[in-house]
Design a protein around this ligand. Structure first.
Ligand SMILES: [Zn+2]
Length: 389
């Protein structure tokens, strides 16, 4: 789940990559010394910056100018220029979600028979291939790994090496077995990066052939001070709120649009108040709810608005569950604590769990592009069924 942000861009250099400093330094040293493992798992929670770092490492590997930071202790750290033809093309893949959506949409346009054989792949550079989980199952599939293997056996065309990034660890069994073969004997000029929230999802045989590097989420305080430094125009109270809402992700925090989030959240709260009212009175008044869902129908930006609403709702559910489980100090929407406490008292735990599950389904449906437009009314009806039922 992601909070609302503007389009992501990559940090201009490694010094702007916030958090996990010593880990990043050791990776840069390895690149500078030509010692980066052929196969590397970047492990860490959502928002830790796995994909951002993977692209930055790729730029450091492929950069035409190969800038180096020389430290007084004799260490040499690899960097990237950000301006050469290789850097620019690799950086163009920064907005992964948008690129995947475009690739999926392009596949939708194909004839049925061709669709089946077309896998979603992002190729920002002839020597850099990105493999996202393929919808609708959202798993990395055999066809994708086959393309990786095919390309891996050619020498790099324009850059020093070939780099492959698997953006998730969940794969079909055949894909995993096929990947294993190339991990056993990776060609000399190949680097494979596997991004994993939970490396335990990978076959033990895959894990044992890769080096694993862990990235931690950033503590709230660290994000707050980052915001104080980089977005000083934001008042301290709002910085504290953004730090919590961005869930340990520095990039997300820096780009966070609090106004848009607050608007989406106001609508999400209407859902919750309606559900709370029906659980207590039995005969709720849906006027406000339907008046709100009405505003989601028209316009091309309808889908974006809907996703923002769903993301806000997901954060609210998480907060309600935190309150219910006695961990109020972890609350994210700290500016509406009292309102959330009243809602948590009115909504049974089982309802929140059920609604939260229904929301997951809708969100993954949207991600898979199965629902071209979501019927918010149907979803609303589902959520507002009496809490006991
Ligand atoms: Zn460069």
């Amino acid at each position: 789940m992601q909070a609302m942000t503007t389009a992501p861009t990559l940090p201009a250099d490694f010094n702007d990559f916030v958090g996990n400093t010593s880990t990043v330094e050791s990776l840069r040293t390895a690149i500078a010394g030509g010692r980066l493992p052929h196969s590397l798992i970047l492990a860490g929670p959502t928002g830790a910056g796995k994909y951002t770092l993977a692209l930055m490492l790729t730029m450091a590997i492929e950069c035409e100018r190969r800038p180096r930071d020389l430290w007084s202790d004799g260490q040499t750290l690899a960097g990237f220029c950000g301006h050469c033809a290789n850097c620019i093309r690799i950086a163009s893949a920064a907005n992964l979600e948008e690129q995947v959506a475009a690739a999926v949409a392009a596949r939708e346009e194909l004839r049925e028979t061709d669709k089946k054989d077309t896998r979603v792949l992002i190729q920002p550079h002839p020597d850099v291939l990105i493999l996202p989980p393929d919808p609708p199952q959202l798993l990395i599939k055999l066809g994708q790994v086959r393309t990786l293997i095919q390309q891996a056996h050619y020498l790099p065309a324009e850059a020093p090496r070939r780099v492959f990034i698997l953006t998730a660890a969940n794969m079909m069994k055949e894909a995993a077995n096929s990947l294993l073969k190339i991990l056993e004997e990776p060609p000399d000029s190949v680097n494979i990066l596997i991004l994993a929230e939970n490396p335990g999802e990978l076959l033990p045989t895959i894990r044992s052939r890769c080096a694993t590097v862990r990235l931690g989420a950033l503590p709230v305080e660290e994000i707050e001070s980052l915001l104080a430094y980089r977005r000083p125009e934001v008042p301290p109270k709002q910085r504290a709120l953004i730090a919590r809402l961005s869930q340990g992700a520095a990039g997300r925090a820096l780009a966070f649009d609090l106004e848009a989030y607050t608007a989406a959240r106001a609508d999400a709260l209407i859902f919750l108040h309606n559900a709370a009212a029906s659980s207590q009175a039995g005969e709720p008044d849906h006027t406000a709810l339907f008046k709100m869902t009405e505003t989601y129908r028209a316009g091309a930006d309808g889908q974006q608005k809907t996703s923002a609403l769903l993301r806000a709702l997901a954060l609210l559910f998480e907060d309600l569950l935190l309150l219910d489980s006695g961990a109020p100090e972890l609350l994210r929407n700290i500016d509406i604590r009292l309102e959330l406490e009243r809602l948590a008292a009115a909504l049974p735990f089982a309802w929140i769990e059920r609604a939260s599950h229904a929301l997951d389904q809708v969100q993954s449906g949207l991600r898979r592009n199965l629902l071209r437009s979501l019927s918010l009314d149907a979803f609303a009806a589902q959520l507002t069924t009496p809490a006991g039922g």
